[in-house]
Design a protein around this ligand. Structure first.
Ligand SMILES: Cc1ncc(COP(=O)(O)O)c(C=O)c1O
Length: 466
């Protein structure tokens, strides 16, 4: 794969303002593009002269940035004329001021994933271990999932308004595994996939790695344009939607609109956040309105990412097909985690209220902080999920994410959530950290933003703002 100078210039956006010399800014931004997947690994970079021309800067600036990226291990150094993107191997990495900065403990505003409900998780694993002896005489491989977990997941769908049976459930190693498996099994290269824009970045990754064409349908500030979505799906092989507390915007498609949707192709509905309704109950799953929908679920946001348990709900024929197809890459989900997840689902009615109350408090705290410290950012209050999607007054999201580590914060730039360099005016901020850490993180963002806006370097003797 290669990237042209014009594509890279578009990905870099308005990179020319910010602190530090131009070659340092360019180095940081290209590094950010590699680290967040917008420049895939092993991509051939444009030549120095071409990129300098596309950016309207001197070739020396590009050459210096490329040399720094090579030195840091982000570009291959075997053939200078055809540098390719890569990430440094831990053994090869040298300690430079930049890698030292990257190694510092940063406030993580880049991942939207809550901590575990400690006691409940401990209890679930203890009960899982108690049950383990009963499984030990058998081989322990479960291609479609442990019967008790499949039944527990089906029961939860039924409670949420979608009658389901265990044969309709395939247990996977997280929702992402389920999505990649569906994409690999049902799609062919050059098939068109319709998706919300913005969307979940690793979904883009899954569809790109099956070489599908992406057709983004913009999400309006208040939600989905059903007519546009219906029209786009008529020429597509598949649609991927996140109608339940959408990542990154937090939007939820109301029940009556679910009924009004007229998809023209099969739809994968990602319900990873569906249990995280903060303000009012979520509507029934989209598959309750459209029988042919393939639902994708996860225990990893409801309970804990470390579980790595997800599932697909579809008709039993497709579930059996996916179960067979998974043998190309894995032979089932770890048994103790499945047992623990079944226990957690058993206890969901006692676990969820506390988690939702915490999330509500954290969301309100973050919204208050943003109103106080960044009053010119526009933020819509999400009614569930894990993040807010802020609109910035200027297109500086990547520049901000590139300098934020100097101010103690790790950010995911808006364009990670889109295609073609969109969303430079947006930033996703999760409310999964504790309030004091969020306050320190917002302080760091304010300082980083000031540096981006003025192009001023913070003096070395200024106290770190975190
Ligand atoms: C919308 C969406 N889908 C899928 C996933 C991946 O879920 P899992 O951790 O179960 O693989 C995430 C995780 O952030 C997500 O936000």
């Amino acid at each position: 794969m290669r990237t042209s100078s014009h594509t890279l210039a578009r990905l870099l956006g308005d990179w020319s303002s910010g602190p530090r010399a131009a070659h340092r800014r360019l180095t940081k931004l290209i590094r950010l593009l590699i680290l967040d997947g917008r420049l895939p690994l092993d991509t051939a970079m444009p030549g120095e002269r071409d990129l300098a021309g596309a950016l309207g800067i001197s070739r020396t600036t590009v050459a210096t940035a490329y040399a720094a990226l090579r030195e840091q291990g982000y570009l291959s150094s075997e053939d200078r004329a055809r540098s390719r993107t890569r990430v440094p191997s831990p053994s090869a990495s040298r300690v430079t001021p930049e890698t030292a900065e990257a190694g510092r403990e940063l406030i993580d505003f880049a991942h939207a994933a809550p901590p575990a409900p400690g006691e409940a998780l401990h209890r679930a694993y203890t009960r899982a271990l108690d049950q383990l002896p009963r499984h030990l005489p058998r081989h322990g491989y479960t291609l479609t999932g442990l019967p008790e977990l499949r039944a527990a997941v089906a029961r939860r769908y039924t409670e949420r308004g979608l009658p389901s049976s265990a044969e309709q459930i395939l247990v996977t190693n997280g929702a992402q595994h389920g999505l990649a498996l569906i994409a690999r099994t049902l799609l062919r290269p050059r098939d068109t996939v319709v998706l919300d824009h913005p969307t979940y970045p690793h979904a883009l990754h899954a569809f790109r790695s099956t070489k599908c064409r992406i057709l983004p349908v913009p999400l309006a500030e208040h939600g989905w344009d059903l007519d546009q979505l219906g029209a786009a799906t008529r020429s597509a092989a598949m649609a991927y939607l996140i109608p339940d507390f959408h990542n990154p915007t937090g939007l939820c498609l109301p029940g009556p609109e679910r009924a009004r949707l007229r998809p023209g192709c099969p739809v994968i509905v990602d319900e990873t956040m569906a249990e995280l309704a903060i303000d009012s109950e979520a509507p029934p799953p989209l598959a309750a309105y459209h029988r042919e929908v393939i639902s994708l679920g996860s225990a990893d946001k409801t309970f804990w990412g470390g579980l790595r348990i997800g599932w697909v709900r579809a008709d039993p024929g497709l579930i059996a097909r996916l179960g067979q197809a998974r043998t190309a890459t894995d032979l089932g989900t770890p048994l103790v985690e499945q047992l623990a997840c079944a226990e957690l689902l058993e206890d969901i009615h006692t676990i969820l209220p506390g988690r939702i109350a915490d999330l509500r408090g954290h969301r309100d705290h973050l919204l208050a902080l943003l109103a106080e410290r960044l009053p010119d950012w526009r933020v819509r209050e999400p009614s569930g999920g894990l993040s807010v999607w802020a609109r910035l007054p200027e297109p500086v999201s990547s520049a901000l994410a590139a300098v934020a580590p100097e101010f103690g914060v790790h950010l995911a730039a808006g364009p990670r959530f889109g295609v073609g360099g969109a969303f430079e005016r947006h930033l996703r901020l999760p409310y999964t950290l504790d309030p004091a850490t969020m306050r320190a993180g917002v302080d760091g963002i304010v300082a980083a933003l000031a540096a981006v806006r003025t192009g001023r370097r913070v003096k070395a003797d200024e106290p770190a703002p975190f």
